[in-house]
Design a protein around this ligand. Structure first.
Ligand SMILES: *Cc1c(COP(=O)(O)O)cnc(C)c1O
Length: 235
């Protein structure tokens, strides 16, 4: 049994935190005039037990994000009878693509064509996999993601992959403040103008500390972990 199966937690506290995040997101949507097409919520459950996920599914949460493949596969199997949309938001090594293609509904972290190509091949026989390209908007060597300059050629390579549905961009900004969100939205719009992308509708940006900002700048999904589940313990 792995550590995430035996964590104790206070269920009422979990539900209260979740409701607080939902209402903060509602407020952010209203403030951004997004009530008609509100930004969605991905509950980032990495390091947290399957029972916590099931508690949130029971009150209507559908989308969950995971970063660590082995951990995620265990939870996906345990919860396979529940209506859950699984988002892979971790970094992707080549030898992990087969399971990601098979078990996830969305992948947010594509940054190079070798990975996209493998996911496309390995998704054959299933409905198209929804994918986002992670952009390195701050242009820093240490960060993952596709550089803005390289984005057009990656999109060109990916647009004909029949088992992938290219939905948009994902970003993890380097510093607080909405500037990176503004630049990511501008890049998103520029790509929509430059290419014929029939499913280009998603912008994954914003986490616990900056989700309101991200919604104001056009996020269509925020990825929230700590504010819902509490701090993570990596021991
Ligand atoms: C862990 C993680 C999150 C959630 O971050 P919190 O600060 O806990 O809300 C969001 N996105 C990615 C890519 C992550 O790895």
């Amino acid at each position: 049994m792995s550590s995430q199966d035996v964590q104790n937690y206070d269920k009422n506290e979990l539900l209260n935190h979740y409701q607080a995040v939902k209402s903060a997101l509602d407020t952010a949507n209203v403030l951004a005039n997004r009530a008609a097409s509100p930004c969605g919520l991905i509950a980032v459950s990495k390091t947290k037990p399957a029972t916590m996920i099931a508690d949130l599914v029971a009150i209507g949460q559908q989308d969950f994000g995971e970063n660590y493949l082995q951990e995620a596969l265990g939870k996906i199997d345990m919860l396979k009878d529940l209506p859950i949309t699984w988002h892979y938001i971790g970094s992707i090594q080549r030898n992990k693509t087969r399971d990601i293609a098979k078990y996830f509904d969305w992948v947010h972290t594509i940054e190079r064509d070798v990975i996209a190509k493998r996911l496309n091949e390995q998704r054959a026989g299933l409905p198209p996999l929804n994918v986002l390209i992670q952009v390195n908007i701050d242009d820093e060597d240490s960060k993952s993601g596709c550089l803005p300059d390289e984005l057009p050629s990656l999109i060109r390579a990916m647009m004909d992959y029949e088992n992938l549905r290219l939905r948009g961009l994902m970003v993890i900004p380097d510093k607080a403040g909405s500037d990176a969100f503004v630049r990511t939205k501008a890049l998103f719009d520029a790509m929509a103008a430059q290419f014929e992308l029939p499913h280009w509708d998603s912008l994954s940006m914003g986490m616990s500390h900056d989700m309101t900002d991200a919604v104001a700048q056009g996020a269509t999904m925020v990825r929230v972990g700590t504010a819902i589940f509490g701090a993570r313990d990596y021991r």
